[in-house]
Design a protein. Structure first.
Ligand SMILES: Nc1ncnc2c1ncn2[C@@H]1O[C@H](COP(=O)(O)OP(=O)(O)O)[C@@H](O)[C@H]1O
Ligand SMILES: [Mg+2]
Length: 310
């Protein structure tokens, strides 16, 4: 499959005018995003996410390195027409209605009528913006509604690739869930989504692959499923006597009994059969055998801490 974004050794240094020192905001970053995937670009505040996105959009120039976007070098006009961007701080004309805002962007892309109205209608529906809000000024929109208009605006040119810079920051839990659904739907349309975020539960639920950057450097990247896969299994069983608990403990290391149920929290996968045999042999019942998963948050904290958190 072709790469939607391919980054080789991208580096950006800023000169801090006060201290006259160089800030390496992005440091020798190499990364590929496949076409059609929802890709999570993770990092703490100041990690270099926005700087990377701005370089890929051609808004600022890399100090070193190269990248292609939809197979074309940064800044290519054909590629730009198929890319869109929701900035971290999206500004709107507060007095304009949602519909007029969309109309404004549609005109920028020179979409003629009647296609323009059709497209606006479709985009507003894609982001589940309530029809009663379409003709109301943005001034009265909630943060969640603003993010919807922001994504609708990013969809107006039917892009192949969307850059969403921290779209779920500052939203309430319901708005988070709704925005996740919108992003997943965008992915289902076959579009590639480059999602920068530090809202790890959102990323875990939406992104098939992620990269973690820290101080401008790539720490790790991979499939979300693989990064969060644990290497241990948890077994719970009910019944059995103290002797069984002791036998299980001898094999697994721990066995915690509580209210007639025993939990064996971290079993080596090779020992699972032996423990299940012990339980069944003692006429006790296996309640569950569950592979451990780490949350993306645990993976993120571990990875960043190992690199030195500060
Ligand atoms: N225009 C700029 N001038 C100087 N430093 C900047 C500028 N933009 C960003 N930085 C610095 O670059 C680093 C990365 O910033 P940014 O890309 O905005 O991170 P993120 O989006 O991950 O929060 C930070 O240390 C930030 O202070
Ligand atoms: Mg940012």
């Amino acid at each position: 499959m072709a790469a939607a974004v391919s980054i080789q050794g991208l580096t950006k240094t800023y000169l801090d005018v006060w201290s006259k020192t160089e800030i390496r905001a992005v440091d020798n970053l190499t990364l590929e995003v496949e076409e059609g995937e929802i890709f999570g670009f993770l990092g703490r505040n100041g990690a270099g996410k926005t700087t990377t996105i701005k370089m890929l959009l051609g808004l600022i120039f890399p100090t070193l390195g190269t990248a292609t976007v939809l197979g074309k070098p940064i800044g290519d006009t054909d590629a730009k027409a198929q890319v869109s961007y929701l900035p971290e701080e999206a500004y709107f004309y507060e007095g304009m209605t949602g519909w007029d805002t969309m109309d404004f962007y549609a005109r920028l892309f020179r979409i003629p009528e009647p296609k323009r109205s059709e497209r606006i209608r479709q985009c507003l529906k894609d982001v589940f913006l309530d029809e009663s809000a379409w003709r109301r000024p943005i001034r009265g929109y909630s943060k969640g509604m603003r993010q919807r208009i922001g994504i609708a605006q990013a969809l107006i040119n039917d892009p192949k690739l969307l850059f969403l810079d921290e779209p779920t920051s500052g939203l309430d839990p319901i708005a988070h869930a709704e925005l996740r659904e919108i992003i997943v739907n965008v992915g289902r349309q076959g579009k590639t989504v480059f999602l920068s975020s530090h809202q790890l539960p959102d990323v875990e639920l939406t992104c098939s692959r992620v990269a973690i950057i820290h101080r401008g450097k790539l720490l790790t990247s991979g499939k979300t499923q693989e990064l969060t896969a644990g290497d241990k299994v948890e077994i719970t069983f009910s019944g059995g006597d103290a002797a069984l608990a002791e036998k299980v403990k001898a094999v697994a290391g721990t066995c915690e009994a509580k209210n007639g149920t025993c939990r064996v929290p971290a079993v080596d996968p090779q020992k699972v059969n032996d423990i299940v045999d012990l339980i069944r042999g003692a006429k006790a019942s296996v309640v569950s055998v569950v592979p451990h998963r780490r949350t993306l948050e645990e993976v993120f904290v571990d990875t960043v801490m190992k690199a030195g958190a500060n």
